[in-house]
Design a protein around this ligand. Structure first.
Ligand code: ZN
Length: 298
């Protein structure tokens, strides 16, 4: 029994085995077989679903490789949604949006009245901003190098925005929040930014790392003295969210108008793929989605 039937509409997310100790504890993002399932290009048991002239082909990035008209996915990383749902908007929910929103709602479990700071407001950071507004955050501080993105962050719920180049940034943020935020999120993967996020986290607060560092710069220096004040520093994959529950939750929030994905996403015909890449590089679109012809998005 897979729980699916022909004609179902699905959103794809990351693979997890749903049987190991970590999965059973409700944290499939840290699945013990997750690396093999998502990144090895083979099935978790080491076999290959596709061959070319007798030789195995590595495929199935994130257990899907969805950049195609057809994909081979697993029942564990497909999430059923309403057949009439706006699939072009929902397609990116399985990774970046889940990461940002999940960090706030699942990993932090941010409560009404608490404060959040988000460093880097691309798709992940903006999803965190939207989720913090859903949770009733008292203040949402957003930091980025791009003034346009900060404007969008404000539109989506940020109460305070700062250019990352602002001198004395952490001092200003500490003053604004009267000693720091309950939760801070690093969404860019840069050691200096993680340090800033840690510094603006108040005693007993939690600083979460979402950004993927480059292998050349993945070490960070932090004040052990400040850490002693009950601060927590935690790495978070995929928002520590279970896509089977969390994607439907985001879909429902979107339907209620509380998770306005349409403000972050723009769809392009596949033939306009160069425009999509251009707009992404020019930072005029947050999340470009390609519409395939022949194959259907429905
Ligand atoms: Zn597992």
């Amino acid at each position: 029994m897979t729980g699916f039937e022909p004609g179902d509409a699905v959103v794809l997310s990351y693979y997890s085995c749903r049987a190991c100790g970590t999965c059973e504890r409700g944290h499939p993002a840290y699945c013990e077989r997750g690396y093999a399932g998502n990144f090895s290009g083979a099935r978790p048991d080491g076999s290959f679903p596709m061959r070319w002239r007798g030789a195995p082909i590595r495929s199935g990035f994130f257990h899907q490789s969805s950049f195609a008209t057809h994909v081979l996915a697993h029942q564990h990383n497909a999430v059923k949604v309403d057949r009439k749902a706006p699939l072009e908007l929902l397609a990116p929910l399985g990774c970046g949006f889940q990461t940002g929103a999940g960090a706030v709602l699942e990993a932090f479990k941010l409560q009404s009245g608490q404060q959040l700071a988000v460093f880097g407001v691309g798709a992940v950071g903006l999803a965190a901003v939207m989720a913090a507004r859903v949770a009733g955050a008292a203040s949402i501080l957003a930091v980025d190098l791009d003034a346009g993105r900060l404007e969008l962050a404000r539109e989506l719920g940020a109460t305070d925005t700062y250019l990352a180049t602002e001198p004395e940034l952490t001092k200003t943020m500490l003053k604004r929040t009267r000693g720091g935020v309950d939760f801070a999120l690093e969404c860019v993967g840069i050691p200096q930014v993680l340090r800033q996020a840690f510094e603006v986290t108040r005693p007993l607060g939690t600083c979460g790392l979402l950004g993927l560092p480059s292998p050349e710069a993945s070490e960070v220096t932090l004040s052990m003295t400040r850490l002693l004040f009950g601060k927590r520093l935690v790495g978070i994959i995929e928002g520590d969210a279970d896509p089977k529950n969390f994607i439907p939750r985001m879909v429902a929030l979107h339907a209620e108008g509380r998770f306005p994905l349409e403000k972050l996403s723009r769809s392009y015909d596949f033939e306009a793929i160069n425009d999509a890449v251009h707009d992404m590089e020019a930072r005029t679109v947050i999340k470009p989605v390609l519409r395939m012809h022949g194959g259907s998005t429905r």
